[in-house]
Ligand binder design. Structure first.
Ligand SMILES: Nc1ncnc2c1ncn2[C@@H]1O[C@H](COP(=O)(O)OP(=O)(O)OP(=O)(O)O)[C@@H](O)[C@H]1O
Length: 247
C-alpha cells in the first residue's frame, strides 16, 4: 500500500537549504501498521508530511495503493489516497464549526451526496452518539475530539491513514481507548497505517514493524517479534528502547 524509495526531504532555499530526510526507503503492506520511531528532530514527521502531500519539497519515489504520486498531488484522485490524524485534536478541528460540520467538510469539498447520513455513520464508527453532530469542540473531551478527527479522516474512505502521535496529547486513561478504536477500524475496514510515535507502549500495542530514524535516515527496521525479544542490531535502537521503557 505504501512504497517509499530513496526519499529526500528538504526545507528552505539557497544557503539555508536543509536536507532533513536522507535515502529513506520502506514498504507497508495492506492491513499492516508501520511505526516510525526515533528521537525528536530525526525526520519522522517530515516523512509523514511528504507522503501526506503536506510538504512538497522532496525527491524520490512514493507509491500509494500501487500508483506513484507526485509531490504536489496534481492528480486530484491522489489526494484521497491518504488522510492524516494529528497529535493535537484541538488544533486540528475548527473551534467554531460543529462536529457534524467538521466531519462533513471533506465530503462537501468533494461534492459527496447524502452527507447527513454519512456523518451519522462515521460518528457511529468512532463510537460517538449521533447527537454529537450539533456540538462544538469545546463541549466535548480530548478523547472525543480525537474520535472526531478520526471520523473526518475516514470520511473519504481513504485506504491509508497516517497517524502523527495520535494519542500523545491525551490523558493516559483514554489513550488505550483510542488505540483500540484505531485497531478495530484497521481490522474492519482493511486500512493500512503509518504512524509516528515516541511511545514504546504504543508501538507494542499497534505496530507490526518499525523503522528507527536517526539524523534523517532509517537506521534499523524491526518486526514486533524482534522488538519484543530485544533483537536490535543497532546500539541507538537499544538506547532508544531502554529510554522509552524508563520514560
Ligand atoms: N518547516 C521546517 N523548516 C525548517 N526545518 C524544518 C522544518 N520542519 C522540520 N525541520 C527540520 O527537519 C528535521 C526533522 O524534523 P521532523 O519534524 O521531521 O522530526 P521529527 O522526528 O518528527 O521530530 P519530532 O519528534 O520532534 O516531531 C529537524 O532538524 C527539523 O528542525
Amino acid at each position: 500500500m505504501i512504497e517509499v524509495e530513496d526519499l529526500q526531504v528538504f526545507y528552505g532555499e539557497g544557503r539555508d537549504r536543509f536536507h532533513a530526510v536522507r535515502d529513506v526507503s520502506f514498504r507497508v503492506e495492506k492491513g499492516e501498521t508501520y511505526g516510525l520511531v526515533g528521537e525528536s528532530g530525526s525526520g519522522k514527521s517530515s516523512v509523514l508530511n511528504a507522503i501526506a502531500g503536506r510538504h512538497s519539497d522532496w525527491t524520490g519515489t512514493v507509491r500509494l495503493a500501487g500508483a506513484e504520486v507526485d509531490p504536489r498531488r496534481r492528480n486530484p484522485a491522489d489526494r484521497q489516497k491518504v488522510q492524516i490524524v494529528f497529535q493535537d485534536p484541538f488544533g486540528a478541528i475548527h473551534p467554531k464549526h460543529t462536529i457534524g460540520g467538521t466531519i462533513a467538510e471533506p465530503l462537501a469539498i468533494n461534492r459527496r451526496q447524502n452527507r447527513g447520513e454519512t456523518v451519522d455513520a462515521l460518528l457511529r464508527q468512532v463510537g460517538l452518539p449521533g447527537r454529537f453532530r450539533y456540538r462544538y469542540p469545546h463541549q466535548i473531551s480530548g478523547g472525543q475530539r480525537q474520535r472526531v478527527s478520526i471520523a473526518r479522516a475516514l470520511a473519504l474512505q481513504s485506504p491509508i491513514l497516517l497517524l502523527d502521535e495520535p494519542t500523545s496529547a491525551l490523558d493516559v486513561s483514554v489513550q488505550a481507548e483510542i488505540l483500540n478504536l484505531l485497531q478495530d477500524l484497521r481490522r474492519d475496514q482493511g486500512l493500512t497505517y503509518l504512524m509516528v510515535t515516541h511511545d514504546i507502549g504504543v508501538v507494542g500495542h499497534m505496530c507490526d514493524r518499525i523503522g528507527v530514524m536517526k539524523d534523517g535516515r532509517i537506521v534499523e527496521e524491526l518486526t514486533k517479534a524482534q522488538l519484543v525479544r530485544g533483537e536490535t542490531a543497532h546500539p541507538f535502537t537499544r538506547e532508544l528502547l531502554s529510554e522509552s521503557l524508563l520514560g
